[in-house]
Design a protein around this ligand. Sequence first.
Ligand SMILES: C[S@@+](CC[C@H](N)C(=O)[O-])C[C@H]1O[C@@H](n2cnc3c(N)ncnc32)[C@H](O)[C@@H]1O
Length: 242
Amino acid sequence: MGPDSAEVKRAEVRQMFASIVHRYDLLNRLLSFRRDVFWRRVAVTHGQIPPGGRALDLCAGTADVALEIVRQVSGVQVMAVDNCEPMLVRGLQKARKAGVADQIRFVAAPAELLPFPDDTFDGAFVAFGVRNIADQRRGLEEMARVLKPEGRAVILEFSTPSSPLCRSPYRFYAHRLLPWIGGLLSGNRAAYEYLPASVDGFASPEGLRILMEDAGLSGVSFVPLTFGIVTIHQGRNAGHRG
Ligand SMILES: C[S@@+](CC[C@H](N)C(=O)[O-])C[C@H]1O[C@@H](n2cnc3c(N)ncnc32)[C@H](O)[C@@H]1O
């Protein structure tokens, strides 16, 4: 993807999330039968952030991952980064309500150009974000760059169940029911058609492992959850820059 088409995609994605922010959390809970809460909780445990450490929540949206990190790790400081300000504003409201706004800083920036020095974070997380990044390679390279040596990158993303038994009902749900419910409640059906289409167009778990390693992460492994509807990848910054 060239720089111009990446900029066009970034603007389109930003606009799409701005248009559904008012229903984003509700639809996540509803459409996943609350499994999304569990998936984020498991993903955060994979980060193994030390108490008092520093974490990055990339493509943070309404900050569900950042809030989960604060719940799990005492004294942690989290940077929640997203390029859609309305999503971050909602996240800030949630952090204030939970009384943890002093532990989360909200930063409007593109994943492809993070405003942090090298070797800043003990762990970096992206939940349901990598698929949406216009320049995924660059976003993953940035994630690796800002990790401390031996820091962990954790990616939670949708995937397609490998068992044909699960795949057919899943596809029916994702392509037929989900856009209908999402459209009804958010007023933007296209956003909820984009979701399954973007999952179909995204790398397989093995493909994402290769993308992560090409971006400078090492020892990448992955584990499917809930019949492979989502997959958690993790890798380390081995300290070398490729
Ligand atoms: C599906 S939401 C995920 C939000 C959150 N991580 C969660 O678990 O609910 C994807 C988020 O990625 C953000 N995003 C997409 N492309 C981005 C980019 N290039 N740079 C920064 N944020 C981006 C969107 O604005 C959106 O908030």
